[in-house]
Design a protein around this ligand. Structure first.
Ligand SMILES: *[C@@H]1O[C@H](CO)[C@@H](O)[C@H](O)[C@H]1NC(C)=O
Ligand SMILES: *[C@@H]1O[C@H](CO)[C@@H](O)[C@H](O)[C@H]1NC(C)=O
Ligand SMILES: *[C@@H]1O[C@H](CO)[C@@H](O)[C@H](O)[C@H]1NC(C)=O
Ligand SMILES: *[C@@H]1O[C@H](CO)[C@@H](O)[C@H](O)[C@H]1NC(C)=O
Ligand SMILES: *[C@@H]1O[C@H](CO)[C@@H](O)[C@H](O)[C@H]1NC(C)=O
Length: 472
């Protein structure tokens, strides 16, 4: 038998070198952000803005001189609500403000997204546009749009129910964009909010971006989400924006990886007002109030405004949906084939039964969308007014968006319903939506279809999903 001579001296040296090496490596890991590399080390500002993307960090770090009654609010005069919202406490009501966007599609305008408890008095509520922290603000009138229902005159000041609004403020003749905006009642009233103005520009708009509502999942959704993201990339989606209430740490790690690669944006969100914002409590609240979906309007419009200057189209869907073209490989090819002019394209949903799953031979049997091929035979051709459609919007023409359709257009809205021969919305559900539950078995579960439209993308997606999951 072959044996090396035992030599303690050499061993000691070797061990020292090894431990030194591991020390250096560990130290290296410690210094670098695990999801970043040395050339992308984050500054404090970047980290702050990742934590709260809606707050005007830079402006707050500047030296201030002006101290008149309309001075730029200091940090301790701001009234925050559930981390990301800021409060405007008006005589008439309370407004929770989320974000503000520069919109130059008609006139230079700031669009402020908020939720209000009661009716906002349009005559006494003003926009304070801050062009400099050391100059008095430009004070303008507001134009108010209720995005989803209108509070009654009797709504209490501290109700749990809130109503999403967009407060629009025209910028008076000026070349520059304000740095931030406050909403307050009258001149020289105490200003308790200060929102960063988001403004992104691209020389040439193109492509399709997806907007989603807030995610809240306690369990790890990495596998299903990776598959959903990769399928959408195959469909030609250039960017997906996720708002995060609560997700599993592993899912977060995955979404951070996708954020770095530029395929997605990830933004934090809570619900405003005197409500809980922890996982189970918020779920309870959403189950207890049938108005849970009201809180989806602000994030999908925040996403819409963020993307309107960069992408030509914005599609509003959830992760249990996929818009799949039938005659084209990508959505962009499908859109280009539609010759009529349109402001929005709307797609009929068709149920894909989510509890009916079959393993596909030659795969790992844990795919989500590909393994669910059994669908309802019925489309929703006759119920256009109801919520069975999802839409894609031309960002030049649609001002703001709802869950299913456009909310308003720059001029006339021209919505087109896309034929189900061209594309449909695969909606993955166990059973029918509540309002058609009574006719579910007779109409929507009468017979079934094995639809494998998605399998065109399977080989490519499986490889990408596996590669992505390796990082976790
Ligand atoms: C580091 O980050 C830069 C900038 O995002 C990127 O171009 C480069 O490929 C990254 N390098 C590694 C080794 O990940
Ligand atoms: C807004 O649009 C007008 C007209 O197209 C243009 O002249 C102006 O420069 C734009 N403003 C900004 C800040 O981009
Ligand atoms: C607001 O009040 C200040 C100080 O009293 C005054 O100088 C300014 O003109 C007022 N602005 C408006 C728009 O009323
Ligand atoms: C799926 O769920 C629905 C309703 O919950 C039920 O009627 C159906 O039998 C289930 N199908 C399977 C295959 O479990
Ligand atoms: C179910 O489908 C069959 C075959 O398409 C049809 O004959 C029957 O009338 C349908 N039942 C109901 C209740 O619609």
């Amino acid at each position: 038998m072959y044996r090396t001579k035992f030599c303690p001296g050499k061993l000691l040296i070797l061990m020292t070198i090894l431990s030194l090496l591991s020390f250096i490596l560990k130290k290296e890991q410690h210094v670098l952000n695990p999801t970043s590399n040395s050339s992308t080390k984050r500054t404090e500002q970047e980290m702050f803005e990742r934590e709260n993307p809606y707050f005007p960090y830079e402006a707050f770090k500047m030296k201030r001189f002006v101290r008149n009654c309309n001075h730029f609010p200091t940090f301790h005069t701001i009234s925050f609500d559930n981390s990301y919202w800021q409060v405007a406490n008006l005589k008439s009501t309370t407004i929770y403000i989320f974000s503000a966007h520069f919109d130059n599609r008609t006139y230079p305008t700031i669009r402020v997204l908020a939720e209000t408890v009661g009716r906002i008095n349009q005559l006494t509520t003003k926009c304070y546009l801050w062009f400099s922290i050391n100059r008095a603000p430009v004070i303008t009138d507001i134009k108010l749009t209720y995005l989803y229902g209108k509070p009654s005159f009797y709504t209490k000041k501290h109700s749990l129910y809130t109503f999403p609004v967009v407060i629009s403020c025209l910028i008076p003749k000026r070349d520059n964009i304000p740095i931030s905006i406050s909403i307050a009642e009258s001149n020289c009233s105490r200003i308790s909010n200060n929102i960063k103005i988001y403004s992104a520009n691209s020389n040439e708009k193109s492509g399709v971006s997806v907007c989603l509502k807030g995610l809240q999942y306690n369990s790890d959704m990495s596998k299903q989400l990776t598959e959903w993201i990769e399928i959408n990339k195959e469909l030609g989606i250039a960017k997906m924006t996720f708002y995060i209430y609560n997700i599993h740490p592993k899912t977060k790690q995955l979404l951070e990886k996708y954020t770095e690669s530029g395929s997605i944006d990830m933004l934090p969100i809570t619900i405003p007002g005197r409500v809980p914002n922890t996982y189970f409590m918020r779920k309870e609240l959403f189950d207890a109030t049938v108005r849970a979906w009201v809180h989806e309007i602000v994030p999908i419009n925040d996403c819409y405004f963020r993307n309107m200057n960069i992408y030509q189209y914005v599609l509003v869907i959830d992760i249990d949906e996929l818009i799949v073209p039938k005659k084209h490989r990508t959505l962009t090819e499908m859109i280009n084939s539609i010759s009529n002019s349109f402001t929005s394209l709307s797609f009929s949903e068709v149920y894909f039964w989510s509890n009916n799953t079959k393993c596909i031979e030659g795969t790992s049997c844990d795919l989500y969308y590909f393994q669910r091929t059994l669908r309802s035979p019925k489309y929703f051709l006759d119920t256009r007014a109801s919520g069975h459609y999802k839409s894609l919007h031309n960002t030049d023409k649609v001002v703001w968006v709802g869950h299913h359709y456009e909310g308003g257009c720059v001029s006339k809205c021209e919505r087109r319903y896309v034929s189900t021969d061209i594309a449909h919305n695969q909606h993955y559900r166990e059973t029918c939506e509540l309002e058609i539950q009574s006719e579910c078995n007779n109409k929507y579960r009468n017979g079934s279809y094995d639809e494998r439209l998605l399998w065109r993308y399977m080989d490519s997606v499986i490889i990408k999903v596996a590669k992505m999951l390796e990082y976790l």
